[in-house]
Design a protein around this ligand. Structure first.
Ligand code: HPA
Length: 273
């Protein structure tokens, strides 16, 4: 079956449960940030394993389901839990849900993640608007025959994170009196956290935060004409910046602490996009 046919089958399965109310905004919720989906009103929940052609999520702290409904008067489709390259999925599998979102009618995508802070002026618990990314994964979801119906062979990535959306999000943060950092997200494959030397290198390359997701989804969103807003939760300082080891528990603990302001911020943003 062709990729287009798979996308259409997934979309049909989802649409059939929606009685015509299609979402226009997509949310991808990273580690510990899935709670935002609990705020969605009139929610229809569809576990990934039910959806034709969807891969399944395996990581602790990631629920695997789509939540579709209303948030601040907007029709949204949220991924509560995402697929990671380090789980062994291909880039095409990691990004498949973004293509289904496009088919559902999604025009704007809010991507979130937990990330390690590289910029030394950041602190754990900070939120960061992603201004740009560096694909350090050594792979690209668009490698292979291009499906022209989805997008161009050589997509422009000069404004991968939409400036207008960043401005809107900044205004929302200001309205809430919330200080949000800005910077460049480096996508690594994981699953190892970085060495101290790797973090130094990434800083030299212009990175402000590092994580193990987001880049593939943002590439495919740009390919297929979806505008992207990215928000990182700085869950820890990246390796070598503080003299302490990193742990997944720390990542979850910090996102737990900031989730209230994160939820507030996203709701405020949704009021004005
Ligand atoms: N490095 C990579 N990915 C991460 C980190 C980190 O320090 N924190 C949360 N995700």
């Amino acid at each position: 079956m062709s990729l287009m046919e798979q996308i259409r089958e997934s979309e049909k399965y989802i649409s059939n449960q929606l009685n015509g109310d299609k979402p226009s905004i997509g949310l991808i919720l990273g580690s510990g940030l899935g709670v935002l989906a609990d705020e969605i009103e009139g929610a229809i929940t569809i576990p990934y394993q039910e959806i034709p052609h969807f891969p399944q999520s395996t990581v602790e702290g990631h629920k695997g389901q789509l939540v579709i409904g209303q948030l601040q008067g907007q029709r949204v489709v949220a991924m509560q839990g995402r697929f990671h390259y380090y789980e062994g999925y291909s880039m095409q599998h990691v990004t498949f849900p973004v293509r289904v979102m496009k088919q559902l009618g999604v025009e704007k995508l809010l991507v979130t993640n937990a990330a390690g802070g590289i910029n030394e002026s950041f602190n754990p618990g900070d939120l960061m608007f992603i201004e740009d990314h560096i694909n350090n994964m050594g792979d690209n979801p668009l490698i292979g025959k291009n499906v022209d119906a989805l997008g161009a062979r050589f997509p422009d990535m000069s404004q991968a994170y939409d400036r207008e959306l960043i401005n809107t999000a900044q205004q929302a943060a200001t309205d809430l009196n919330l200080n949000v950092q800005r910077g460049v997200y480096v996508g690594n494959t994981g699953p190892t956290y970085e060495t101290g030397s790797e973090v130094k290198m990434l800083r030299t390359l212009g990175g402000d935060a590092v994580g193990m997701s987001t880049v593939p989804e943002v590439i495919v969103a740009n390919h297929t004409g979806i505008k992207v807003l990215g928000i990182s939760c700085i869950s820890n300082m990246a390796a070598g910046i503080l003299d302490q080891p990193l742990s997944h528990d720390e990542v979850i603990e910090t996102t737990e602490k900031v989730k209230q302001s994160f939820i507030q911020l996203v709701k405020q943003i949704l009021q004005s996009v």
